[in-house]
Design a protein around this ligand. Structure first.
Ligand SMILES: [Zn+2]
Ligand SMILES: [Zn+2]
Length: 198
C-alpha cells in the first residue's frame, strides 16, 4: 500500500494545471531563461528579460505557392517557396520556358509556428523547459521552481514515510521514476542541481 506522511499532496488537477501559469523555458532567441505566462485558457506570452524577446500568442507562417500558366507561352509554372512571416501581393518570376518576366500572385498555406525545443518543451510555444535534467533513462523536469519544490516535497515526504498515515496523493500522476523508492536520493540531488541553474 502506498502511504504518505508529512506533506499533503492534493489532486491531479494541481499537477496538470496549476504550475503552468508561469513556465521557465530557454529563450528561442538567446537561449537564456525566458518565461511563458498566461492562465491555462488564455493566450500565452513569452518574455525574455535577457534579450527582450517577447511574443504574444502563437505566430503564423505562410508558405507561398505559385501555380499558374505563363501568359506568354502557356508553360505551367509551379513553385513552393519557403515559409515566411507575412504575406505579399505578388512577385516577379521568369518563365522557365520563354524567359519572359511574369507577375505571379501566390496562394498561401498558413501554419501556426511552434518552436522546436529539445527534450521536454512547454505545451504552448514548444520552447525547451529550463528546469530539466536527464535522470537515468528519464528526464526530470518542472515547469518552474514552485513545481520543482513540489516534487522535492513529495520525495522528501516519502523518505520520511511512517506507516499508517494515508493521504490522498498525486502519486498516480507522478512519473514512475520519481515514485520509485530506489531513486529518491538521486532525485533530490537532481533537484538540487536544477535549483542552482540560473
Ligand atoms: Zn532571450
Ligand atoms: Zn512562358
Amino acid at each position: 500500500m502506498d502511504v504518505e506522511s508529512g506533506h499533503r499532496f492534493t489532486n491531479g488537477a494541481v499537477w496538470k494545471y496549476h504550475f503552468r501559469d508561469s513556465i521557465l523555458v530557454h529563450c528561442p532567441k538567446c537561449n537564456k531563461q525566458a518565461t511563458v505566462k498566461g492562465k491555462i485558457s488564455d493566450e500565452k506570452e513569452i518574455e525574455c528579460k535577457n534579450c527582450y524577446f517577447k511574443q504574444v500568442g502563437r505566430i503564423s507562417l505562410f508558405k507561398p505557392i505559385i501555380d499558374f500558366y505563363c501568359y506568354e507561352c502557356g508553360n505551367k509554372i509551379y513553385q513552393e517557396l519557403a515559409y515566411i512571416k507575412s504575406k505579399f501581393e505578388a512577385l516577379k518570376i521568369n518563365c522557365s520556358k520563354c524567359k519572359n518576366e511574369l507577375i505571379a500572385k501566390p496562394k498561401f498555406i498558413e501554419v501556426e509556428f511552434i518552436y522546436k525545443g529539445t527534450e521536454i518543451v512547454d505545451p504552448y510555444f514548444g520552447c525547451s523547459l529550463w528546469l530539466q535534467t536527464k535522470f537515468k533513462n528519464d528526464v526530470l523536469w518542472a515547469f518552474n521552481h514552485e513545481h520543482l519544490n513540489y516534487i522535492k516535497n513529495y520525495v522528501t515526504a516519502k523518505l520520511r514515510e511512517r506507516q499508517g498515515n494515508g493521504y490522498q496523493t498525486l502519486a498516480e500522476v507522478l512519473p514512475q521514476f520519481i515514485k520509485s523508492s530506489k531513486n529518491r536520493i538521486g532525485i533530490l540531488k537532481a533537484i538540487e542541481k536544477l535549483n542552482t541553474i540560473d
